[in-house]
Design a protein around this ligand. Structure first.
Ligand SMILES: [Zn+2]
Length: 352
């Protein structure tokens, strides 16, 4: 990370301080989901965070993000150190993750991009568990769409189902688990036992950069396949529908149709302007074999940038949450190496 930033700074004569400022500005200027705005006000006004440094911008919005090594970051760090001591948590690796969870008043984090509320506990099936549910129950779960307790309420109805859960979580068959105590068992051994490789938290530790010590990493809202939740959220957010619809902008219908045609021919489709970097879901792809696709993952070439700049004359190519950084840097890309650097910066910035 540092190397490419240094390279980028040399190339474009940005010094270290300017680069840090750019990252902070990009983070703090990015559009927020209205739910996240409410969340930031709730947190900064909560007594648990009394004395933890923050400023407001000209728009009165909380400057949620500081860079860890800046003076402001150091000031936040001192506060977290004090809280660790107050709560008997030893300073050292992982201490901020622990204290941020202890301090958090609700243990529910709101995503900056999509406004979804996710538990900070290890409550969401990871890829491995999702594959298990597919195999044992025949259901396709979207990542972070439901926590393990909601899934159990919905799908576990008999002692046979309990056995399926035991197989998914590799629990010894000799363990006495019933329909009645299943949730308690999973809470004690997996959710509070930090999951043992089956469950993930709804946000990752990120002190002192993010004020509350967590970032959701956009995990909840960057899945192309996540149509079900997309629909559910549209209903849920009512008047915020327009904002929500725009989190990954683009011509979804056309893009999906074209993608499925590629798939039918055994070709995987790689967006020109990857969604994971903040670009729109558009019907514009590199058709690639599966191997090529994974190798190229999240990296743009100079040619990609030129295509995006050309397309941008007539249509939107980047989603609103990443527009600021794209507009700031797109004019600087003149080589493949710079295109890769811009890809890395956009990937970094989108981690909500
Ligand atoms: Zn989200």
């Amino acid at each position: 990370m540092l190397n490419f930033l240094l390279g980028f700074m040399n190339k474009h004569k940005l010094n270290k301080r300017e680069m840090k400022e750019l990252i902070e500005i990009a983070d703090n200027k990015r559009s927020w989901h209205p739910n996240f705005s409410k969340y930031t006000e709730f947190i900064v006004n909560h007594p648990n965070y009394k004395g933890l440094y923050f400023e407001r911008g000209e728009d009165k919005r909380v400057k949620w993000v500081v860079t860890g090594k800046s003076d402001k970051g150091q000031e936040r760090r001192k506060w977290w150190d004090k809280e660790c001591k107050k709560h008997g948590i030893q300073l050292g690796a992982g201490c901020y993750a622990k204290i941020a969870l202890v301090i958090h008043p609700t243990k529910i984090h709101t995503c900056q991009i999509c406004g979804k509320e996710l538990s900070l506990e290890y409550a969401y099936p990871n890829k491995r568990a999702i594959a298990g549910f597919k195999k044992e129950f025949g259901i396709s779960l979207s990542p972070f769409s439901k926590d393990i307790f909601q899934i159990i309420d919905e799908f576990v109805k008999s002692s046979d189902d309990v056995e399926k859960i035991k197989r998914i979580f590799k629990i010894k068959s000799s363990e006495k688990i019933t329909l009645e105590n299943l949730k308690d068992y999973l809470r004690k051994n997996f959710v509070e036992g930090f999951a043992k490789g089956f469950l993930s938290p709804g946000a990752m530790s990120n002190s002192p950069d993010r004020y509350d010590g967590f970032h959701s990493d956009g995990n909840c809202c960057r899945h192309e396949s996540d149509k079900g939740r997309h629909k559910a959220n549209l209903q849920r957010y009512g008047q915020d529908r327009r904002v929500y619809e725009n989190w990954a902008d683009g011509d979804w219908k056309m893009a999906d149709r074209l993608m499925s045609i590629f798939r039918k021919h055994g070709i995987s489709a790689d967006h020109i302007g990857p969604i994971s970097l903040g670009f729109c879901h558009r019907p514009k792809f590199h058709p690639l074999t599966k191997d090529e696709n994974s190798a190229k993952n999240n990296r743009m070439s100079l040619n990609d940038i030129l295509v995006l700049l050309e397309d941008e004359k007539t249509e939107q190519v980047v989603s609103w949450h990443s527009k600021f950084i794209w507009d700031k840097l797109k004019g600087n890309v003149d080589t493949d190496i710079n295109a890769v650097k811009l890809s890395s910066i956009m990937r970094w910035i989108i981690r909500g």
